[in-house]
Design a protein. Structure first.
Length: 642
């Protein structure tokens, strides 16, 4: 393989990363160094006699660091550090200490044992096993209120208590409540019951008031309405994150559908297909439709469908309601994959539905439209271009460009978007050439203030042909390697030293983007050890638990919310004062999405400024430039913008 380091240097590199992180699975070693199966086996054989390492766990392979079994701290029974404010959390720690041994707690914690131990060595120079209190505390932080959702934990606890655990865990239900009571744990650990599912569709009328659109939003709306007046037109709408793209789009859709309804109450063109790639974004759009219609008078009725995930799956069950698409103004909020499945005939009874959607489609809207060059979106756009040629296509994005370049052409990815959308709509008249700066001056957006966290972490990246022009695959490859190398205790503690005094202030709200789920868990544990109310969410967090954690953060009951990439979109916490960019990336789009979580200004309920704590090892020389200037020459022909 080209540019492959020698076996000796590769061996040293692999050992170094494993010792800093704790372990690397087979898939991580293969992915990070781009190894074939034969090359991996050679590396594995070469490391077999390394005394600092031991084989990774069954099912994951790879290697993990070997630690000497040291004794726990003396006076274990006297050690009682309170890191929780909630009584149920402290009671859970006490019960876990009482029931489980050191070895059992360590086994349940997995990788977190190593990272916490390395953190202790860095902080105190003390190398010992964690006390049972430390281990039980970490376990409660790791799983939070869903502790017994994890089968190994409830199975072990059940065996120790001689209580039969539920085979399947239904949070908040009878058997869960019986189990935690019989096992001697607080009732909170039965979990939060899943709320009744929201309806698959609603029929909206109108109520209350929303704040009127700002002038720059009205400028965008006027241009959107002109586009909607003509069939078959396409455009991409761009406003900086936090400037209200969704609200502008839904207001425009309301006015357009209402005008059509008054002119011709039935007929084609009354269906809006709104596409978003995550369920969070779908729910965000659905909520905006509801709010706008409830705040409106003299507005057409709207049939509003949740058409993603578990919603509206049984098409036969909803047949009669779905047939109303032919006669009523309708908005279907969907993920692109659901529509692709319809187009491919993979949903029972879906043929008639997709025909109705195509026959009545007036608008196809793509949220986070910088993704629109992906195969799923292209398949949908191609199908509607052929079968619904009068349908308009509208994209929404804060980043009307792609950083994934092709053929070493730094404009090729953005040119693909221009090919798809043809026209860009932005509020040039009201905001000028630098909309973000103008919105900051007017208080709609917060002004970012950068502060550097200097780390000694060396972030090596795989070699690429042209570092100024990365393909999509190269971006993923480079980011993967950066994330693995950035996930280490020394770097984490360096960041902690900077975050801790900020989080201890009474008027701060910190959003932390970490390089991995393990890093987010460990940072949460370290902050809680220091008395800071912190929590984390990941892709594995239950939806209902995630909503509660986010709500607690929005209510300032949590000071630091840690995550690994799950809060880049579909998340709103206006009063964020600090963002920690501990997740290294060379993707400009991802960087701006993370940054944008803290840029809501005071006129939109946010803050005047937001401090961005940026790690110096995060390729600062290539840190993406904020703003659109470098990309406008693709979208605009006028020489003044080139």
């Amino acid at each position: 393989m080209a540019n492959r380091p020698g076996m000796l240097s590769l061996r040293q590199d692999v050992i170094s990363v494993i010792l800093s992180r704790g372990e690397l699975s087979k898939s991580e070693i293969v992915g990070m160094w781009g190894l074939s199966d034969e090359e991996y086996e050679a590396v594995k054989a070469n490391l077999a006699d390394e005394k600092l390492l031991e084989p990774g766990p069954r099912g994951k392979g790879g290697f993990r660091a070997r630690f000497r079994r040291r004794a726990a701290a003396a006076n274990e029974s006297d050690e009682r550090t309170q890191v929780f404010e909630n009584a149920w959390e402290n009671d859970a720690v006490d019960r876990l200490r009482e029931l489980l041994s050191h070895k059992e707690l360590e086994g349940l914690l997995g990788d977190l044992v190593y990272t916490v131990r390395r953190a202790r060595i860095q902080m105190t120079g003390e190398d010992r096993r964690g006390t049972k209190t430390e281990l039980a505390t970490a376990l409660v932080i790791q799983h939070q209120i869903d502790l017994f959702r994890h089968a190994p934990i409830r199975t072990l606890v059940g065996r120790k208590c001689r209580v039969r655990p539920p085979g399947r865990w239904y949070p908040g239900k009878g058997r869960a409540l019986q189990f935690v009571h019989a096992a001697g744990f607080p009732a909170e650990l039965a979990g939060i019951p899943t709320a009744d599912s929201p309806p698959d569709f609603e029929y909206l009328e109108g109520r209350v008031d929303l704040a009127p659109l700002a002038d720059f939003q009205k400028e965008v709306q006027e241009r959107v309405m002109r586009l909607m007046a003509a069939g078959g037109e396409r455009a991409i709408v761009t406003l900086p994150t936090g400037a209200g793209k969704t609200r502008v789009a839904v207001d425009s859709i309301r006015d357009w559908l209402t005008e059509n309804w008054h002119r011709e109450p039935t007929g084609s063109g009354n269906t809006v297909l709104w596409l978003a790639h995550t369920e969070e974004l779908c729910e965000q759009a659905y909520s905006c439709f509801r709010q706008v219609w409830e705040a409106s008078t003299l507005v057409c009725p709207l049939l509003l469908f949740r058409f993603w995930g578990r919603y509206t799956r049984n098409l036969a069950e909803h047949r009669e309601t779905l047939e109303n698409i032919e006669f009523r103004p309708t908005a279907l909020i969907s993920t692109p994959q659901r529509i692709v499945n319809l187009l491919r005939g993979e949903l029972a009874g879906g043929g008639k539905l997709i025909e109705s959607i195509e026959r009545t489609a007036g608008l196809v809207l793509i949220d986070e439209a910088h993704r629109a060059a992906a195969p799923t979106y292209r398949a949908i756009l191609q199908a509607f271009a052929e079968r619904a040629p009068t349908a308009r296509v509208l994209g929404l994005t804060a980043t009307p460009f792609r950083q994934e370049y092709l053929e070493s052409d730094p404009q090729a990815g953005t040119a693909q978007l221009k090919e798809l959308f043809r026209t860009i709509i932005e509020p040039v008249k009201t905001l000028g050439e630098d909309p973000r700066k103008r919105l900051q001056e007017r208080g709609f957006l917060a002004t970012p203030v950068w502060r550097t966290i200097k780390t000694d972490t060396l972030l090596k990246a795989p070699e690429v042909q042209d570092p100024t022009s990365l393909t999509e695959q190269e971006v993923e490859k480079v980011d993967y390697a950066l994330r693995i190398r950035a996930d280490n205790p020394k770097r984490r503690l360096t960041i902690l030293q900077q975050v801790l005094p900020i989080a201890q202030k009474s008027d701060t709200q910190v959003l932390y983007f970490g390089p991995s789920v393990l890093d987010a868990e460990c940072m949460t544990f370290l902050l809680r050890q220091q008395g800071v109310q912190a929590a984390f969410v990941s892709g594995g967090t239950r939806d209902v638990t995630r909503r509660k954690i986010i709500a607690d953060f929005q209510r300032h009951q949590i000071k630091v919310l840690c995550n690994c990439e799950v809060l880049t979109t579909g998340f709103d916490a206006p009063r964020v004062s600090h963002i920690v960019m501990a997740r290294p990336t060379v993707s400009q789009v991802l960087y701006e999405q993370m940054l944008g979580r803290g840029l809501r200004g005071p006129r939109f309920g946010g803050t005047d400024t937001c401090m961005i704590l940026d790690c110096e090892d995060n390729y600062r020389s290539r840190r993406p430039v904020l703003g659109y200037q470098a990309f406008r020459k693709v979208w605009h022909a006028r020489s003044a913008r080139e």
